[in-house]
Ligand binder design. Structure first.
Ligand code: KG4
Ligand code: ZN
Length: 338
């Protein structure tokens, strides 16, 4: 069963073909990073315009790479939430057009759920129930996962998402955009204990997150106590690699501790990671080590399946289609989770 997945929720125009919800036949991601770089973040209007220009080509490329045509498809899966509303609408409209023109079943997919199940495309089905940490530019959320469509939120960020914090930290450090990969790289040459940032654990038992205070602490460390706003670079004497490594270690400490606490509390033996920040080398290393130390198994999707892609959308779509789910042409896009 071949399913075409489409995702235009943020700044990547993505289409993919997946067989039986498990095997990636093609995975095309057209990045808009160069278009947004000079603004230091994703500009919604630019994103939807670029999606409009790219979506047809990206879908055709995904089919060509898979050696498939529309006639081979069992259905079309599309992200309809959460994300930038104008951006989502482009993918939803493209999916509807394909579905009506080719008489194919249409099914909507939640982008965050897709990040959770991206892992199946590399390692096959993971043990359930599991605790999933979705860490991306827009989300930092812990879920108890019992199966597709059965996710219970255990905790979430109260302010910035982890990826957003990485992006802002990189801007403060003058490391460029997108910030996560830049900090990951810079941190390799730094000492993670050089700057003793306070770990934002919130209440001792809380499964919620908060990263905006850490971002301010980094700003003060880099530019001095009286600094305000985003202008300027690091002051003399600040070691950028040390600051990047210390910032990253702080975020990782919090993500690891709360994920393992969630697993312990839910009496779950398996942990799954998803979202762009799950591509972070230090997070992967520490989460794997500490999960193993507690006797938990862990699924870490390969980096290309952590960041936004449509293969994960096709994977969830295939499961929804197999369960009989169908959406019709009244399908709408929604900016919020649900
Ligand atoms: O999942 P994603 O591609 O898009 C959203 O749904 O948001 O995540 C993008 C986020 C960005 O904030 C980016 O800086 C971050 O993931 N990211 C990383 C790494 N690679 C991407 N953060 C830390 N370390 C990385 N290696
Ligand atoms: Zn995402």
């Amino acid at each position: 069963m071949l399913v075409l997945g489409i995702d235009t929720s943020c700044d990547e125009t993505a289409a993919a073909v997946v067989r039986d919800g498990l095997t990636v036949l093609s995975n095309v991601v057209s990045s808009q990073v160069p278009l947004h770089r000079r603004f230091g973040g994703v500009v919604p209007e630019i994103a939807c315009r670029a999606h409009t220009e790219n979506v047809t080509r990206v879908v055709e490329q995904a089919l060509a790479d898979a050696g498939a045509g529309f006639a081979d498809l069992a259905g079309v899966a599309v992200t309809n939430r959460p994300g930038l509303i104008g951006a989502l609408l482009v993918g939803v409209s493209a999916a509807k057009a394909i579905a009506i023109a080719r008489g194919l079943p249409l099914v909507a997919v939640n982008h965050v759920e897709a990040h959770v199940f991206a892992a199946v495309l590399a390692g096959g089905e993971f043990p359930l129930p599991a605790v999933a940490l979705v860490v991306s530019g827009g989300h930092t959320t812990l879920f108890l996962v019992r199966g597709p469509g059965d996710l219970t939120e255990l905790g979430r960020t109260q302010d910035d998402a982890a990826g957003e914090a990485f992006d802002k930290a990189a801007a403060i450090l003058g490391l460029g955009y997108p910030g996560g990969p830049a900090i990951d790289r810079a941190a390799r040459a730094g000492n993670p204990r050089a700057v003793p940032f306070k770990r934002p654990y919130l209440a001792p038992e809380s499964l919620d997150f908060s990263f905006s205070g850490l971002k301010t602490a980094l700003l003060y460390h880099v530019r001095g106590q009286d600094s305000r706003g985003a202008a300027g670079g690091p002051r003399a004497g600040v070691d950028v690699a040390d600051a990047a490594a210390s910032f990253q270690e702080t975020v990782v400490d919090v993500l690891v501790r709360k994920t393992l606490l969630a697993a312990e509390r839910a009496a779950v033996r398996h942990v799954v990671l998803g979202g762009g920040v799950a591509a972070n080398s230090r997070l992967r290393e520490r989460m794997a080590e500490e999960a193993a130390a507690r006797g938990l198994s862990i699924t870490l999707p390969p980096r290309a399946l952590c960041t936004d892609n449509a293969a994960m959308v096709a994977a969830v779509g295939a499961r929804r289609l197999a369960a009989g789910a169908r959406d019709d042409l009244s399908l709408d896009a929604h900016s919020r989770m649900a």
